[in-house]
Design a protein around this ligand. Structure first.
Ligand code: 13P
Ligand code: SF4
Length: 333
């Protein structure tokens, strides 16, 4: 395929994207880490769980996914009859990169008595090798439904896994992956900021390492952090996750001040997700115009990955504490 013509000077991209969205019966889904202009043009903005649910339920013909590749692949797994386009196919994820399927398979085979509870930030191949997928917003609910005696492998994020292990007391074997963005926050700089804004709550994503989470007043998914920020009586808050989420906070609560937690150099540029940043308005326009680049996958692989995702969607919707906890619902992948 020829490289797309990127000389788009003079086009009103907002209007063109709107026109194409109607013409192609497309829905634009965006993650909170996308650039503000992509968030603003999206039909729906959400965390990984809500975006998966939206992708599974849409009646659009085309899903234009403004997020990273594993999110767009999840949309395709759950909605195989839709055309799913990702503005930049290089929009990967360091957690996915940290977990090559062949190594994950070997790890599983070395622990045959463990089930694999796997963070959604992984490849379709790793999803196919897993028993249950979790997102940061559903992990605790799902973990609470797994019998206490069941041994668990958790991958690929050792920070999310460590947080869950500390919070629930579950002993899990952790895959040693990290998110390069959340790893970059500096505890020293965070403490300086806390001293500068005494009383300002710290809101953190569980992909942050433990030494950052130790200073957090609230730990949660992007959506949970946003909800907390909007409902908090505080006027100033420190946000320890990818800073583009602050766009939604400022839109919904313009009178509050949201400060991005700093990296080691004292500014937060190192905490911008370089993969999310690959998507732009120009590339979204081209993706809708050409219906490329498109997510495609082998059908057997899709069906294998769908099993673990379907378990997530089912278990994430259950209410813990109403008879589900400890029920032996896992039978293996
Ligand atoms: P959420 O599911 O909380 O939106 O997280 C996705 C992600 O990639 C965070 O780095
Ligand atoms: Fe992956 Fe981290 Fe970017 Fe999220 S912020 S997509 S975990 S690299």
């Amino acid at each position: 395929m020829n490289a797309p013509n990127l000389s788009l000077k003079g086009l009103d991209l907002r209007a063109e994207i709107d026109r194409l969205r109607k013409e192609k019966n497309a829905v634009i889904l965006a993650h909170y880490y996308q650039a503000p202009e992509l968030q603003d043009i999206a039909d729906f903005i959400g965390d990984s769980l809500d975006l998966s649910r939206k992708a599974a339920a849409t009646d659009a013909d085309v899903i234009a996914f403004c997020g990273v590749r594993f999110m767009a692949e999840t949309a395709k797994i759950l909605s195989p009859d839709k055309i799913v386009v990702l503005p930049d196919m290089d929009a990967g994820c360091s957690l996915e990169d940290s977990c090559p399927p062949d190594q994950f398979k070997a790890f599983r085979e070395a622990h045959p008595d463990h089930i694999a509870l796997t963070y959604i930030n992984c490849s379709t191949e790793v999803k196919a090798l897993s028993d249950i997928i979790v997102t940061s917003s559903s992990a605790e609910t799902i973990l609470a439904q797994i019998p206490k005696e069941q041994k668990i492998i958790f991958g690929p994020d050792k920070n999310l896994g460590g947080y869950l292990a500390r919070k629930t007391g579950r002993d899990m074997l952790l895959w040693p992956g990290v998110c390069i963005v959340h790893e970059a926050f500096s505890e020293t700089e965070l403490l300086k900021l806390k001293a500068q804004y005494p009383g300002a709550p710290v809101l953190a994503h569980p992909e942050c390492p433990g030494h950052i989470l130790d200073h957090a007043d609230h730990v949660g998914s992007t959506k949970a952090i946003l909800d907390y920020a909007l409902n908090s009586p505080s006027d100033v808050m420190i946000v320890a996750t990818e800073p583009h989420i602050i766009h939604q906070m400022e839109k919904a609560a313009p009178n509050k001040t949201f400060i991005g937690a700093p990296g080691a150099d004292g500014n937060c540029n190192c905490n911008m997700c370089p993969y999310m940043a690959l998507n732009t308005m120009e590339k979204l326009y081209i993706a809708l115009r050409d219906l490329q680049p498109r997510i495609e996958m082998d059908e057997d692989l899709r069906l294998a990955a769908k099993k673990s995702l379907d378990r997530m969607l089912d278990m994430a919707g259950r209410t813990v504490g109403q008879g589900d906890v400890g029920k032996p619902i896992i039978t293996g992948a």
